[in-house]
Design a protein around this ligand. Sequence first.
Ligand code: GDG
Length: 483
Amino acid sequence: SSYTTNTEKMSKTIIISNRLPVKVNQIEHGFQFTSSEGGLATGLGSMHSADDTIWIGWPGIAVKNKEDEANITSFLDKRRLVPVFLSEEDINEYYEGFSNDIIWPIFHYYASVHANYKQSNWEYYKSVNQKFLDVVTRVAGPDDTIWVHDYQLLLLPGLLRSALPGSTIGFFQHIPFPSFELFRLIPWRSELIAGMLGADLLGFHTFNDVRHFLDAATQLAPVNTSANSLTYEGRMVLAESFPMGIDNRRYLDLAKSDVVKQHVAEVKAVHTNKRRLILSIDRLDYSKGILQRLQAFELLLESNPEYVGEVALHMIVVPSRDTVPQYRDLKELIDRRVGEINAKYRTINWTPVYYFYRPFPIEELSALYLSADICMVTPMRDGMNLVSKEYVASRVNQDGVLILSEMAGAAKELVDAILVNPSNIASMRDAIVTGLTMPKAEQKRRMVLMQRVVAKFTVAHWMKLFMSRLAEVKQMQTSLSTR
Ligand code: GDG
């Protein structure tokens, strides 16, 4: 590959995530490439646009032959993207099985009885992490900085540490790290912790996640801990919180653009100016509290009939993991609930729930952020949640109400939202009433405070902070070992 030729000349940064920031789709004669949206892709995108950065990940398609692999590889090569090819079994076992059916539910505190600890899932999880290692060692030079992302690759820092002992390795986890009492249920808990400890710096969204990780590491691995610093196999490892932000400028610019204004007019035409709009946007996931939100909205219509005909819930659910049975079941429950609410309450010229099960272009999301009187972000558990920040960033008129779950990482920063416990349906209903009756001055007071946070702690800031801290850890290690 072209990367290995210049590794002697300069050091580079290697980003590694399960998925590349582009999606490859099979079309009739060849392939089609589309860039994936999402927080991670856009966030790290600015870093990746620098010459000295490459990105390694799965291209999102199971490739059947070497010729196709070669075609995809050479296309991606021009964009400094390096594919890790995975088979269909890899995807079933490592991604859908181990990552999404074991780690995801446990890490989101979803009933511990639900996780399905299949030995074969674990075997594939190990072998796919090894596949990633093989690609990294092919392209990495000794002075490179390696930044591994998320729960699909918990073993990779450890594998990298053995293969490239002196390298600089950062790890960031985008989902929560659970309390030890949950984490300890996983049969391969010690191996996972040892894998993570291969990193020099481990980043999480919140201090609670850091605390839980340190607790698990202390219980499961031979480490010495002091504050947030560990010593593992004679090497210093730091665990710290780096709350991820968004590209604030992008949402401001969108909100002021003509195309978005046009979409806003369309939304207004349907919902009329006097009707109030509650917005909800999530990937299909039981961690997002979609059913509980519907329940709260239904309770509102039942207990506060004055809002019948006056308030609509605009609910976007973006298809995700819909080959996993758990997610298909959830989809059916949502479909049914929406159907029941609409059948029970709708009037000739008003529908309570405007429900969409598909993705939308960012311009249309922006228009919805701008049009919604209330944005409800009420996950049962969420690492951070970027939708809440995007709503805040989009409110150029400095009004609007954010109802935010205490269980989202974002609640640690957006303390001026109306914070709710998503398991308390009645309190969510009360929060909607508070939001609908909140005076404009109070809306503005809260929104201004939240906008300050979102505008200051952007994704670019997050990235710089993590990278400079990683360099510092490396320096501290060196000065410790030469002392
Ligand atoms: C994981 C963690 C953590 C959504 N629908 C559409 C669309 N989106 C964009 C949103 C937002 C992103 O996708 C979703 O990010 P979230 O943070 O809300 O949630 P997860 O996908 O679960 O992300 C989470 C995050 O990683 C980052 O660390 O915050 O806790 O679970 O940017 O705007 N974008 C477009 N069309 C859609 O229909 N274009």
